[in-house]
Design a protein around this ligand. Structure first.
Ligand SMILES: *Cc1c(COP(=O)(O)O)cnc(C)c1O
Length: 453
């Protein structure tokens, strides 16, 4: 196959391109040919939402190997928050690659790691002294947060919430709400992990205080504080379907954790770093967690994850107890500095607020025509809607898949989510325009108007 030269999406006379540009069916013949090879070379366990093979990307656009230009409303699951191939991020990575790409921070260190630790300490919630260290993936950040919490408390058990997702390693599989597809057949699982009820206003109807009281009752009765090292919560649950907890729920849990010597970990891997229109989603709820986990959007596409927390907790692990060969790779770190430079201008937060307004306004209009849309929720560029039998909370899982499939046929990449598979979630890059959002919601309306099986 010939190599396509990277050609950023040209703005049209009337502004940026709004609609996808399809030159074949989706997927096209070149994608299908690669997909056939993949089926022989890559195990089926590595799933595939849409077998469209991407050649290059810019902003909110993906260009596939058939020359189709697709509008990306998923950003690789909330990773390329500032847009694909964001120029200053790319320049920072290239510059670092020429300088040094690896030494291993625990062998011979480098300054940009220390500086990123300082910057995350400044921007995560709370003005207390903080320390940070870096690993490669979200799951690895969760694993290390649990190690640190256990070392700090001398206790064993970690509690995760219903509808949580924390990763695909052995420990994090045990923490996920859903066995299928994440854990089924892969046991035995790590012991000393318990799941407790969350706050899910659309389904439980509880206030934040009521939901927190229920969670705390489980923590006290099923685990007992003397054995509980940590509680981990996503401030807005990602894979669970962008579940936004009721007002007051998270601060009540943190208050209880503090009073009982339990480490409170905020998994901000999907919601953090500008995604919700704030530095961290915790801020939306007045939450100041003990430990904050970052990954996905931190380096706009390069692999990196961080564990940031109270200095005295972070120092509980003994010398040599934390590390990893690639953790805090200098190229990923350089990209993360470029991301933070952009976030510090404040512009991305304004873009996230604009995207929230455009999405919510258009989706409310759609919900007035289609009663299957039972709930619209989220913050910033992290918005979802839940599909139910009209007037009930009975999930309509098939419909979410049908909408995503129809959208893909129109050149629109949409992600589904939710423990019941009935949620359509938007995780666009902040480069997406309001006109593109309006168009995307129009396509969803077409999908909803189609006759259903
Ligand atoms: C994606 C995700 C993880 C796991 O991150 P990986 O980099 O895939 O290991 C953990 N927690 C949350 C909230 C996530 O969205």
């Amino acid at each position: 196959m010939t190599q396509t030269v990277h050609a950023p999406t040209a703005p049209t006379a009337s502004g940026p391109r709004v609609r996808p540009e399809l030159v074949t069916e989706v997927p096209g013949p070149n994608s299908l040919a690669i997909h056939a090879r993949r089926e022989a070379a890559v195990p089926r366990g590595v799933g595939c939402a849409l077998p469209v093979y991407i050649d290059y990307a810019d902003g909110a656009w993906l260009t596939d190997v058939d020359g189709n230009r697709l509008l990306d409303l998923g950003s690789g699951i909330g990773v390329t928050t500032l847009g694909h191939t964001q120029p200053t991020v790319v320049a920072a990575a290239k510059e670092q690659l020429d300088r040094v790409s690896h030494t291993l921070f625990t062998v011979t260190p480098y300054e940009n790691y220390v500086r990123l630790a300082e910057r995350l300490g400044e921007h995560t919630p709370g003005s207390h002294a903080k320390k940070t260290f870096f690993v490669n993936s979200g799951a690895e950040a969760v694993e290390n947060a649990v190690k640190i919490a256990r070392a700090h408390t001398g206790r064993r058990v970690v509690a995760a919430l219903d509808h949580a997702f924390h990763g695909r390693t052995n420990l994090t599989m045990a923490m996920n709400h859903r066995a299928a597809p994440y854990g089924t057949g892969f046991g035995p699982f790590a012991p000393d992990v318990q799941r407790v009820p969350n706050s899910y206003p659309f389904r439980d109807g509880l206030s934040g205080a009521e939901a927190a009281a229920r969670t705390i009752e489980y923590l006290e009765q099923r685990i007992g504080v003397q054995d509980l090292a940590a509680v981990i919560a996503e401030p807005i649950q990602g894979e669970g379907g962008f579940v936004v907890p009721a007002e007051g729920y998270l601060p009540a849990l943190q208050e209880w954790a503090t009073a009982n010597g339990v480490v409170f970990i905020a998994d901000e891997i999907q919601a953090g770093l500008g995604r919700t229109g704030t530095w961290f989603a915790s801020e939306l709820f007045g939450l100041v967690p003990d430990l904050v986990l970052t990954a996905k959007g931190i380096a706009d596409g390069l692999p990196l994850a961080g564990i940031t927390g109270r200095a005295e907790i972070m120092d509980a692990a003994h010398v040599g107890g934390l590390g990893g060969t690639f953790g805090g790779n200098p190229v990923s770190i350089a990209s993360a500095h470029a991301v933070l430079d952009l976030l510090e201008t404040g512009e991305p937060f304004a873009e996230a607020a604009r995207i929230e307004r455009a999405l919510v306004e258009n989706l409310r209009d759609l919900a007035s025509r289609f009663p299957e849309i039972g709930d619209i929720r989220g913050h910033g560029a992290m918005i979802a809607f839940e599909l139910v039998e009209p007037g009930t909370t009975t999930p309509l899982a098939g419909l979410a898949g049908e909408i995503a499939a129809y959208a893909a046929s129109q050149g629109l990449l949409l992600l589904t989510a939710g423990s019941y598979g009935n949620v359509i979630r938007f995780l666009p890059s902040l480069a997406v325009t309001s006109e593109q959002i309006e168009y995307a919601v129009e396509v969803i309306g077409e999908a909803l108007a189609r006759p259903r099986a």
